[in-house]
Each structure stands twice: as structure tokens, then as C-alpha cells.
Design a protein around this ligand. Structure first.
Ligand code: CO
Length: 413
């Protein structure tokens, strides 16, 4: 379990954006014998081999191929994106003699924790080298930006009533002197920048603090982006270990609704499955099971009343099965039964999560995938505190337990 968790922290540290996460997963899959496929080329799939394919370099699907297809796939779904602050196209402004970079919140960001952090910047830039258009994923892993809090002396109500305006209150500061942002970004390419022209960028601020083990017994993991890179990591470890047919679908844009050409609401998973199965697509979907893995809200010890008391997941007490009668989660009694049969056989604990009836319920790529593919689905997730904060907290044993279940789930047809 310790090497598993250490590997997970290394993966998340190395993945400030979906582009980085997909590159890491691709490299890991290749080191375990998986072959890269290109969507715009013909596929010649060979029995028993593993493959992966990416779209936009921000979503990744991996699968093991078998021509018989009579068992169906266990399809593990997760998402590569996390809420954060995204650099605006024309970000540079000056206020109070200080240069700032304008940002747009991506997804449901918990804004307060972004104050007073050393921030790096990472993502994709597109540029011209002479007349040739190129793109590159860059990582500025030094503290180039900071969003200072307003001192309590200037706002005596700060602890009782301060709110955060997403347009004006969370603009990172970067310098007091002049800044040539284009030259600065192009200098990250490690090339002679003389004949380079910046065309566009897709850059995300991120906290430079690395993931850690926390607690007097080191029972907690704290890190950025546990939602949902934790599940991407679990899925990669499961597919390389499993002896049953498995697919892993790690999708971008979940935090903004999944409706995009790379999101779970798009065509990527269905088109990949149709290329694998051809005419057998519908029978394959009848035999397959989708396991949508996305972190679940653990019961917060300081706010226990926010949970349904009988369905409140506890850290380190097992993965949570998420249930919602209104189909915000796709779990059915049948899919839950299969998952539990496997967990019980392996003696791995599980929990159930149901939102309080007087509160709204979140959702995942589970119901979206079930709708698009017509595949039976279960929603599960590792109990996590502080979700969508710049730093989240999970237990050390739950991700590992989920991985063991996923690795063996194909045996419980
Ligand atoms: Co999530």
C-alpha cells in the first residue's frame, strides 16, 4: 500500500493539468506494454494486447483487446480535470503599481484557499516558429504568482462575513516592474525565441506545495487534485494488473459539465468502443459494466450535520458506493450487488453515500456515460474532505482498496 500511495502522490505532483496527467498515464501504460493508437489511423488490434488512445492530449482511453468480447468490459471512468484558476487570453493589468494576471475560474472552485499560496503556471501554448505552427505543454514550477489576502485590519468582519468576488478579489500578482508576458511564456520553450510568435495559450495556475502524508500515524494524504487524479491513478494501476478485459476512460471537462469533444458527453468513448466491437457494440454494452470513479464527500468532523447520518462515508473505512434515486448517480441494485459481491469476496470494506434529502446532489460522468452508451453503471468514490479546495484530504487505505476491487471485478460476471 505504501508504494502505491507514494506513486499516486508522485503522479499528482507531476500533473498540474490534464495534459500532464495524460502524458504521465501514456508513459506508464507504454512501460507496461500498452501500444499507442491514433484516432485518425486504421487500427489493427491483436488478441490479448493492451492499447491506449488520447484526444486533445487531455482525455485518454486505454483497453485490453480480445476478439471474443463475450465477457464484456469493466470500464473504469474518471476525469482528468480539476477546478482551478485559468489564465485569461489578455491577462496583464496594473493596479496599485503592481502587475497582475487576470484569471477565470474553471469549474466549481472553492476560492478562499487560493489566497496566500505560491503559485506556478502550466498548460499548453500554441505558437509560430517562422511560418510553422507548433504547440507544447509547459510547466513553470517556480512561484511566479501570489494572491495576497486582505489584512484583517482592513476588514474587521473578515472572519464572519467575507465573500470572494471572482472577478476582482482573486487576481494573482506577478511583478512591480514591467513584464513582457509573451516573451516570458515563449522563453519556457528552451529554444531561441527570436523567430517565435505566441498564438494562444491554455494555462492554469496551481499550488506548488507537493502532496504529503499527514497525521500522527500518517493516515491521511493531502494534495491538490485528489478529485479526480486519485481515480485516474487507481484506474491505471487496475488495468495493468487485471487479467480480465478492462477499459479505462479518463475524461477532461467533467468539472464544467462534460459537454465537449473530449468530455464524457462527447463521442470519444462510444467511437472507441465501436471501433473495437463493430457490429457487436450493442451486445458488448449489454455485457459490460461501467464503474464511474469520482471522489465522494467524507463526513467532515467539524460539520457532521451536512451529511445523511446513515450514509456518511468515513475516511479509511472503504470506498463509498454513491446512490441517488433521481439518477444523479447511476448505481442500480444490480450494479451495486456485483460490486459488493467482489468486495466481500476480497474482504475489502465499502460504505454507502446518499446526499441529505434536503440538499442538492452532485453528479459524475456515470449517468452521462450510462445515457450515451446504454451501459449498466455504478458510481463509486474514495471518501475525501475539502473537495474542490486547492488542497484536499483522503485516507491512505481507500484508494488501494478500490484498486484491488477493480482489478478483480471482471471475475464476478
Ligand atoms: Co470529481
Amino acid at each position: 500500500m505504501q508504494p502505491f500511495n507514494e506513486g499516486m502522490i508522485r503522479f499528482i505532483n507531476a500533473s498540474p493539468t490534464p495534459f500532464h496527467a495524460v502524458a504521465w498515464m501514456a508513459e506508464t501504460l507504454e512501460s507496461r506494454g500498452f501500444h499507442r493508437l491514433e484516432e485518425d489511423s486504421k487500427w489493427n488490434l491483436e488478441e490479448g494486447k493492451g492499447y491506449y488512445v488520447t484526444r486533445n492530449d487531455s482525455s485518454l482511453i486505454a483497453f485490453t483487446y480480445t476478439s471474443s468480447l463475450d465477457k464484456g468490459y469493466v470500464i473504469v471512468g474518471a476525469h482528468t480535470d480539476s477546478p482551478h484558476l485559468r489564465l485569461k487570453p489578455n491577462p496583464l493589468t496594473t493596479s496599485a503599481g503592481v502587475k497582475r494576471l487576470g484569471v477565470e475560474p474553471y469549474g466549481g472552485v472553492l476560492l478562499n484557499p487560493w489566497f496566500d499560496r505560491d503559485l506556478g503556471l502550466a498548460g499548453r501554448i500554441v505558437y509560430l516558429e517562422g511560418n510553422v505552427r507548433k504547440e507544447k505543454v509547459i510547466t513553470i514550477d517556480s512561484p511566479i504568482a501570489f494572491i495576497p489576502s486582505l489584512a484583517i485590519h482592513l476588514d474587521r468582519e473578515a472572519n464572519s462575513s467575507r465573500s470572494v468576488n471572482a472577478q476582482s478579489d482573486i487576481v494573482p500578482i506577478i511583478a512591480t516592474g514591467d513584464v513582457d508576458l509573451e516573451a516570458f511564456l515563449l522563453s519556457q520553450l528552451e529554444e531561441d525565441t527570436a523567430n517565435l510568435t505566441l498564438l494562444a495559450h491554455e494555462l492554469s495556475f496551481y499550488d506548488l506545495q507537493k502532496g504529503s502524508f499527514v497525521g500522527v500515524h500518517n493516515e491521511f494524504i493531502t494534495s491538490a487534485r485528489l478529485d479526480n487524479l486519485l481515480s485516474c491513478y487507481v484506474g491505471v494501476q487496475a488495468i495493468v494488473e487485471s487479467s480480465s478485459p478492462m477499459m479505462l476512460a479518463c475524461m477532461d471537462h467533467e468539472e464544467v459539465g462534460s459537454d465537449s469533444h473530449v468530455g464524457a458527453g462527447g463521442t470519444f468513448v462510444e467511437e472507441t468502443l465501436r471501433r473495437i466491437a463493430g457490429e457487436e457494440f450493442a451486445p458488448l454494452m449489454r455485457r459490460s459494466l461501467m464503474v464511474s470513479c469520482d471522489n465522494a464527500h467524507a463526513q467532515h468532523p467539524n460539520f457532521p450535520g451536512k451529511h445523511e447520518s446513515e450514509h456518511a462515508p468515513i475516511l479509511n473505512k472503504g470506498v463509498a458506493i454513491k446512490i441517488n434515486s433521481n439518477q444523479r448517480y447511476a448505481t442500480s441494485s444490480r450494479t451495486m450487488g456485483r460490486f459488493l459481491q467482489c468486495a466481500k469476496a476480497l474482504e475489502i470494506p465499502t460504505q454507502t453515500f446518499v446526499t441529505r434529502s434536503d440538499m442538492g446532489c452532485g453528479s459524475t460522468i456515470g449517468p452521462i456515460s450510462a445515457t450515451r452508451l446504454g451501459v449498466e453503471t455504478i458510481d463509486v468514490g474514495v471518501p475525501t474532505l475539502g473537495m474542490h479546495s486547492i488542497r484536499e484530504l483522503s485516507g491512505i487505505s481507500d484508494a488501494y482498496g478500490l484498486c484491488r476491487i477493480l482489478t478483480r471485478l471482471g471475475d464476478f460476471q
